[in-house]
Design a protein around this ligand. Structure first.
Ligand code: PMP
Ligand code: GLN
Length: 396
């Protein structure tokens, strides 16, 4: 503090300390625990994509500032991905913007689109950067809570009436995330259609975080919100190479949207990083062109890991919400005689040598999330097996 006793950190950010991911990864390191907290794979993505990055670097492609909107090869590959996967026509010159991960895309979108006082509806539990970026933009977050349901398998579901009721005259945008971190919920076509109808009816913008678009299991289907009637002109779609190609450290993300929206988001983005990840942009362009078999194999591998961890957690006494997508299984710790997820996660490294994430930090209504704890399954099979062995010691 200075002599005026005014805190260095401004009021907008005062409630945001260190992110839970940094706290828990540091705890994993200092205690030598298995880290099922922060969502990153413990093996790297395809060799040929890594080699493409090396080649770009050696050939001097991207070693100097790339173009502001991203290198043309990557913008073309992103547009082609949207067309091929989802039938979304997308002009690589005017409707695509490459960002420093999805994180910067979220920040730039909110900083560009919000006036101070604008309300933003976000699904709760929400990814932590949403709250911080809404705050930095001077917006007001309005959470709509996904609630546990136990019909036909436990999952967290959106109450569409609650969503509808949350819209006011001051609502500017809906911030949607599907497949959803941390619950693993994948919004259904019907739910997305209802969200789209609401957005059109109330003339709202939509920012949709689809970074787990390729990580959906069983009969779940990822449908981009931008494909619904009336949505193209009001939707900012965000994705990233981190999860799809298992290179979370490369931080190559992107925005696709109508030209006016991309221009607005770019206005903010150019003053955040301006550009990033030069050589990696070329490598991700090649990755996006991988054949369908790559994406199918990734899904199959993660589905098997989900099953291993979900089954193991159930055997260890947790109540398990079986995820339809993402890297994460959310559990309820009450069957273990526990109710405070934050205390449970802080003690877990000592008790069992495992690190997990307390979902309560992703809630405004902290008590709604208190008993829920998230485990990541994007880890090697033997690591998951060892984690399960350790967690089984909790009950006994
Ligand atoms: N959105 C969600 C829902 C996430 O889980 C994450 C973290 N991986 C991000 C955005 C950030 O993505 P990136 O690493 O590409 O910035
Ligand atoms: N998205 C990752 C997760 O949810 C973490 C990313 C980060 O550390 N900010 O675990």
């Amino acid at each position: 503090m200075t002599s005026s006793a005014r805190p260095f950190l401004n009021r907008r950010l005062a409630e945001f300390g260190t992110t839970i991911f940094a706290e828990m990864s540091a705890l994993a390191l200092s205690t030598g625990s298995i880290n099922l907290g922060q969502g990153f794979p413990d093996t790297d993505g395809p060799e040929q994509v890594r080699e493409a990055a090396v080649r770009a670097l050696r050939d001097g492609r991207g070693n100097q500032y790339p173009p502001g909107p991203g290198v043309p090869e990557l913008r073309t590959a992103i547009a082609e991905h949207q067309r091929r996967r989802y039938g979304l026509g997308c002009n690589p010159d005017t409707e695509v913007l490459v960002t420093a991960g999805a994180t910067e895309a979220i920040a730039a979108a909110l900083l560009a689109l919000l006036e101070p006082g604008d309300e933003v509806i976000a699904l709760e539990p929400y990814y932590d950067s949403y709250a911080a970026c809404i705050a930095m933009a001077g917006g007001v977050r309005v959470p709509v809570t996904l609630r546990p349901h136990h019909d036909g398998g436990a999952s967290f579901r959106l109450d569409l009436d609650e969503l509808r009721d949350a819209v006011t005259e001051r609502t500017r945008l809906l911030l949607i995330n599907t497949p959803h971190n941390p619950t693993g919920t994948v919004l259904t076509r019907e739910e997305l259609a209802a969200i789209a109808e609401l957005a059109v009816e109330r003339d709202l913008l939509v920012v949709t975080d689809e970074v787990y678009e390729h990580l959906v299991f069983d009969d779940a289907e990822h449908v981009p919100l931008a494909t619904f009637p009336g949505m193209r002109e009001r939707t900012v779609t965000i994705s990233s190479a981190g999860k799809t190609f298992s290179f979370t450290g490369w931080k190559v993300g992107w925005v696709t949207a109508a030209p006016g929206l991309v221009t607005a988001v770019r206005s903010a983005k150019q003053f955040l990083t301006y550009v990033s990840s030069g050589p990696f942009q070329y490598a991700v362009a090649e990755a996006l062109a991988l054949p369908d078999t790559y994406f199918e194999a990734l899904r199959a591998e993660l589905r098997a890991k989900r099953d291993l961890l979900a089954t193991g957690l159930a055997e260890a006494g947790f109540a398990v919400f079986r995820p339809a997508g993402t890297y994460f299984v959310t559990t309820d710790i009450r069957p273990l005689g526990e109710s405070d997820g934050l205390a449970f996660c802080r003690a877990l490294p000592e008790r069992a040598g495992v690190v997990a994430i307390p979902n309560t930090v992703f809630y405004d209504h902290r008590e709604s999330g208190a008993p829920f704890v998230r485990f990541a399954f994007c880890k090697r099979t033997e690591v998951l097996e060892e984690a399960v062995r350790r967690l089984k010691s909790l009950a006994g």
